[in-house]
Design a binder for this molecule. Structure first.
Ligand SMILES: Cc1cc2nc3c(=O)[nH]c(=O)nc-3n(C[C@H](O)[C@H](O)[C@H](O)COP(=O)(O)OP(=O)(O)OC[C@H]3O[C@@H](n4cnc5c(N)ncnc54)[C@H](O)[C@@H]3O)c2cc1C
Ligand code: SF4
Length: 431
């Protein structure tokens, strides 16, 4: 068949992701996106212009050779495409599902200038899924052993990526994880309907097959200190990838009423501890069936919490966000999916106080409406001190999740190096 011209490629529309229908998926926890078929993947790959200077790669934090892997998809050589991606990314099935491609590689893709960018993330997911479900994840090549030992603290995406890179370079790698399972936010935060646990497990198993050792229930600082790892246990280097997992409350009156959760606790109970299957799983969670749920925040965590509430049977599940939709940090796809599933969005609104009964149960919340322009000007001081409009609403919402995260503070001299030689941290300096 003759090569397509640039014009012909530009005329192919961006291929839609097959997905579960909104009205059935908002009642189950199985994956929303179903993945490209081979036909859709090849058609989408044909949209790539194979630019001489591919901008998309500049937008990829790990430098995946996007142009090359897409060419291999267009040629139908999906396994070679998988190998190409894995040269730079050890978690392609995870990243293909949850990376914010619209702000990274796809934001740089030239086809986006005149139309819609190439669906790079969807193609990455397709390729990774194809390999996993046909041959199984094939092992990458490992360089000659260096004799160096590296300890990695935390098994979130930072720790896993670091482990994958280092083991392929020939180092001996051990990942220490505080929890009983591997994956960090990938397993305790992001719900099954966006990132199935079996996908994370398959990529973790592949790292194990490469030689990465995993030690769960190991809280570094308690079970071992960093000093002990480096002196007694003989590690040459330590990578700290402990995430930013602690919830951060807003310090508003009434936050301690029963029914107020941090998103962190709510999602961990439901996702990791399978509270949605209580009493089959021994983890209770507030029963939201038929209740009104308000989630404060506008990021991915907020979207996951509100969509989880809907799936647990909430009568009304609402996002309450202090700015407007344009400023919401959540992925566009998540906001779109949430709306389709019946989530309500209340913008430019902040909570002032949680209201409860004598038995200590939440029964309402006082809210304040803001004007965006004034909020932006004043928020650096203290938004709660500057009411912009006098409107005050009171609702009867019964469950609230407070959606923010606290960066654990670590002493360091540089955003990635720390004050100890050989120890580096993935966290940036707390703002
Ligand atoms: C609900 C939710 C949804 C999100 N959705 C997206 C999304 O769609 N796209 C996106 O790009 N980002 C998303 N994010 C953000 C993303 O998950 C994080 O940026 C990412 O997980 C950070 O990776 P990490 O490896 O640094 O930390 P984490 O994933 O937090 O992993 C840190 C690990 O370290 C372990 N640990 C902590 N202390 C110790 C210790 N002392 N010893 C041993 N182990 C320890 C923790 O138990 C944890 O497993 C989301 C975050 C949340 C909370
Ligand atoms: S920028 Fe877009 S069109 Fe160009 S090579 Fe990358 S994916 Fe293809």
């Amino acid at each position: 068949m003759a090569e397509l011209t640039k014009k012909e490629r530009m005329q192919i529309p961006r291929q839609p992701m097959p997905e579960q229908a909104p009205n059935s998926r908002n009642k189950n926890f199985t994956e929303v996106n179903l993945g490209f078929t081979e036909e859709l993947a090849k058609l989408e790959a044909e949209r790539c212009l194979q630019c001489p200077k591919p901008k998309c790669i500049e937008g990829c934090p790990v430098g995946v050779q996007i142009k090359d892997f897409i060419k291999l998809v267009a040629d139908g050589d999906y396994l070679a495409a998988a190998s190409k991606i894995k040269e730079n990314n050890v978690l392609p099935a995870v990243c293909g599902r949850v990376c914010p491609q619209e702000e990274q590689c796809e934001a740089k893709c030239v086809t986006g200038l005149k139309g819609e960018s190439v669906a790079i993330g969807r193609l990455e997911r397709f390729v990774a899924d194809y390999e996993r479900t046909t041959t199984g994840i094939r092992q990458a090549e490992i360089k000659t052993k260096t004799g160096k030992k590296v300890a990695i603290i935390g098994s979130g995406p930072a720790g896993l990526s670091c482990a994958g890179e280092l083991v392929q370079l020939g180092h001996t790698v051990t990942v220490f994880e505080a929890l009983h399972d591997i994956g960090g936010v990938l397993i305790y935060g992001i719900p099954e309907f966006r990132l199935p646990k079996e996908i994370v497990k398959a990529e973790v198993d592949a790292l194990e097959a490469l030689g990465v050792e995993f030690k769960t229930n190991s809280v570094i600082g308690f079970t071992d200190t960093i000093d002990e790892l480096m002196t007694v246990e003989g590690y040459d280097a330590v990578f700290i990838g402990v995430g930013a997992g602690l919830p951060y409350f807003m310090n508003l009156p009434g936050e301690n009423y029963n029914g107020v959760y941090s998103a962190n606790e709510f999602l961990t109970r439901v996702n990791l501890m399978k509270a949605y299957k209580f009493p089959e799983y021994d983890t209770p969670v507030f029963d939201v069936k038929g209740k009104n749920v308000a989630v404060f925040g506008g990021g991915n965590t907020a979207m996951d919490a509100v969509r989880t509430s809907k799936r647990l049977g909430a009568a009304n599940a609402r996002i309450i966000y202090r700015r407007s939709e344009v400023e919401m940090p959540a992925r566009i796809e998540e906001v779109h999916h949430a709306k389709e599933e019946g989530i309500e969005f209340v913008m430019l609104t902040n909570p002032l106080e949680f209201l409860g009964d004598e038995a200590g149960w939440l029964h309402g919340v006082k809210l304040k409406r803001w004007s965006l322009a004034n909020l932006m000007l004043l928020e650096e001081e203290d938004p709660l001190r500057y009411p912009v409009q006098s409107m005050l609403c009171q609702s009867t919402w019964q469950l609230l999740q407070l959606v923010t995260a606290q960066i654990q503070s670590l002493k360091r001299q540089h955003p990635i190096s720390t004050s100890i030689n050989g120890v580096i941290s993935r966290l940036k300096k707390p703002q």
